[in-house]
Design a protein around this ligand. Structure first.
Ligand code: NCD
Length: 303
């Protein structure tokens, strides 16, 4: 079956088949990108939530391919602060640009945007829901390390609110990965999501301790507690600092086990881990560029 991406949106990892995911990873791996592939094309970045890596790496990918970028990173500066609704903003921006990259605090915002946009929409994070290009970056990093994706991935931290966990879970499930879950009380992955991931092909196991997860993993995927998603700040204070990955903890890990984190980190990975052979979170940052180049060229139909 031919994989066709031209003109499509990228909203959720749910809707990508295993074959389509492999197609994107292979395109990124080939890195046959040239500096004028997207010459004359314009990408809009509409960021209604803070971002460092996602916005800058999309901009870097676009500019390295010869494209142009417009957008905003502070919604207060856009007409939304005058009361304009998201659909009018998207309809307007889709008149100017060839592709829209949207980050929004509301779940479902990217889907809504895709419905009213005439050009492809890429979801760069919608609330606690999805962040597909981060998941593709994570899958790419795992495949480069282990040569396969049916590995054991320990997911540590905020499994309730982290959209990166949800997206990566959907991606890994399609490859039959084993997911070892460990989180502070109250931040567990919902039963609904666990069941969905199992239905998609994952083997989901809840670990009774972080040590159990570390010992059995090929990949340790650590996440930040998503403070901004807590309805009650008191609830955040109860779990703040509940886990911390240190070089001592990693001594029990299997040879070849690597530590990933979508970043930003707060205090969940001690800086001493950066100097160990396990750390791969800055590799992820680097890997996000070929992935976003691949996604942009595929959706814009130039490869
Ligand atoms: C993540 C996000 O925005 O979901 N950051 C990112 O894009 N790399 C993770 C986070 O904010 O914790």
């Amino acid at each position: 079956m031919r994989v066709e991406f031209s003109g499509r949106d990228l909203i959720s990892m749910r809707e990508l088949s295993r074959q389509e995911i492999e197609h994107i990873l292979n395109a990124a791996e080939r890195t046959e990108f040239s500096g004028d592939m997207l010459k004359g094309r314009l990408m809009s970045t509409l960021f209604f939530e803070p971002s460092t890596r996602t916005r800058l790496s999309f901009e870097t990918a676009m500019k390295r391919l010869g494209g142009e970028v417009v957008g905003f990173s502070k919604p207060g500066a856009a007409s939304l602060s005058k009361g304009e609704n998201l659909t009018d903003t998207i309809k307007t921006v889709s008149c100017y640009s060839d592709v829209i990259v949207l980050r929004h605090p509301r779940e479902g915002a990217a889907r809504l945007a895709a419905e009213v946009s005439d050009v492809p929409v890429i979801n760069a994070g919608d609330g606690s829901n999805q962040h597909p290009t981060q998941a593709l970056t994570d899958l790419y990093t795992i495949r480069r390390e282990h040569g396969r994706l049916n590995v054991s991935v320990a997911m540590v931290g905020d499994l309730k609110y982290a959209r990166t966990v949800r997206s990566l879970g959907h991606g890994l499930a399609k490859f039959g990965a084993r997911l070892l879950l460990t989180s502070p009380p109250g931040l567990e992955m919902s039963e609904e999501l666990c069941a969905e991931l199992e239905g998609m092909g994952a083997k989901v196991e809840v670990c009774s301790s972080i040590e159990e997860a570390v010992e059995n993993a090929d990949v340790l995927y650590v996440t930040r507690i998503q403070k901004e998603r807590f309805p009650d700040p008191e609830e955040y204070r109860k779990v703040q600092g509940a886990y911390r990955i240190t070089p001592e903890l990693l001594e029990i890990a299997k040879p070849g086990m690597v530590v990933l984190h979508p970043l930003p980190r707060v205090d969940e990975i001690s800086p001493e881990v950066d100097h160990t052979e396990r750390a791969r979170y800055f590799h992820q940052v680097r890997n996000s560029i070929p992935i976003r180049m691949a996604v942009l060229t595929l959706l814009l139909g130039v490869v």
